[in-house]
Design a protein around this ligand. Structure first.
Ligand code: SAM
Length: 263
């Protein structure tokens, strides 16, 4: 499978459209028996695009988005209140490692990327506490779906992995086994795993913009979490030749893990 460059037009909208992956995840919820009465959480919701995808399909279920304060503005700016039936869609600013919900509250907890951001803000122990919290608030028989970046074998994927590590934001994707074992310890059984592939990579101009954002904007947004990346120039000078030659993968392979909470 060849990895294609994103056109500048595609790049502008790629995080929003994301190859309709979020819509595919909504179809998965349907496969797992989504009912009108079900309570759904979007964990590390960002702008709320995944929950919008649920609402776009006409679901009126109670849906809560969890994220940090920086997302709230994005959510408010993005949401078209009438379109998404906002009475049943709420954004709650909450640290995912300490969620203020009672036990057995949700039928579905969904996630599309963001566990790496949780690692950035509250570290590996924060990721583990988040998984424990997800287990606590999920109903028995409930479904937890997470989406993580998989390590690809193409040069542009490998480079992607190396650069994010080098930048030093502590934004880490752990291996699938890490998540599967942790969930198993908590009593959640892996029901299904599959890959979604963008098969896309960024040009050097697009990659430069991404790295600049990571080195200069992300630390401003997350300053209270003491996130200190390397200076942009240092990162760019180290990798620009390679990026120019082979491009930089744009989430080339995303691994979806679906768990069920056992009794
Ligand atoms: C890249 S976004 C996730 C993308 C989003 N799921 C989507 O579909 O576009 C990651 C989000 O995780 C949130 N986040 C980071 N640390 C967090 C924490 N400790 N608790 C809750 N949310 C957190 C950030 O606010 C950020 O918006």
């Amino acid at each position: 499978m060849t990895i294609q460059y994103l056109s500048d037009e595609e790049y502008e909208n790629i995080f929003v459209s994301f190859c309709s992956f979020r819509q595919k995840l909504v179809s998965k919820l349907e496969e797992y028996g989504l009912l009108k009465s079900n309570y759904i959480m979007d964990l590390a919701a960002g702008h709320g695009f995944l929950s919008f995808a649920v609402k776009e399909k006409g679901y009126k279920n109670y849906l809560v988005d969890i994220g940090l304060i920086n997302d709230l503005e994005n959510f408010r700016r993005t949401i078209a209140i009438e379109t998404y039936n906002s009475r049943n869609l709420q954004f709650i600013v909450m640290d995912s490692s300490k969620m203020a919900f009672r036990e057995n509250r949700f039928d579905f907890i969904v996630n599309f990327l963001g566990l790496e951001d949780i690692n950035m803000t509250i570290g590996k122990s924060g990721v583990i506490s988040t998984l424990k919290e997800a287990d606590r608030i999920l109903k028995v028989g409930g479904i937890l779906e997470i989406a993580i970046l998989a390590k690809g074998s193409k040069p542009s994927s490998i480079l992607n992995w190396k650069i994010w590590k080098y930048i030093g934001l502590n934004s880490r994707f752990y291996s699938p086994e890490f998540y599967i074992n942790k969930m198993l310890e908590l009593g959640l059984r892996l029901k299904e795993k599959f890959m979604l592939r963008t098969n896309k990579k960024m040009t050097s101009t697009q990659a430069k913009e991404e790295i600049l954002f990571a080195c200069e904007e992300a630390p401003k947004i997350f300053k209270r979490y003491n996130v200190y990346p390397k200076p942009f120039k240092q990162v760019w000078n180290k990798y620009k030749k390679k990026i120019k030659k082979q491009g930089l993968g744009f989430y080339p392979i995303i691994l979806i893990l679906i768990f069920e909470k056992q009794s």
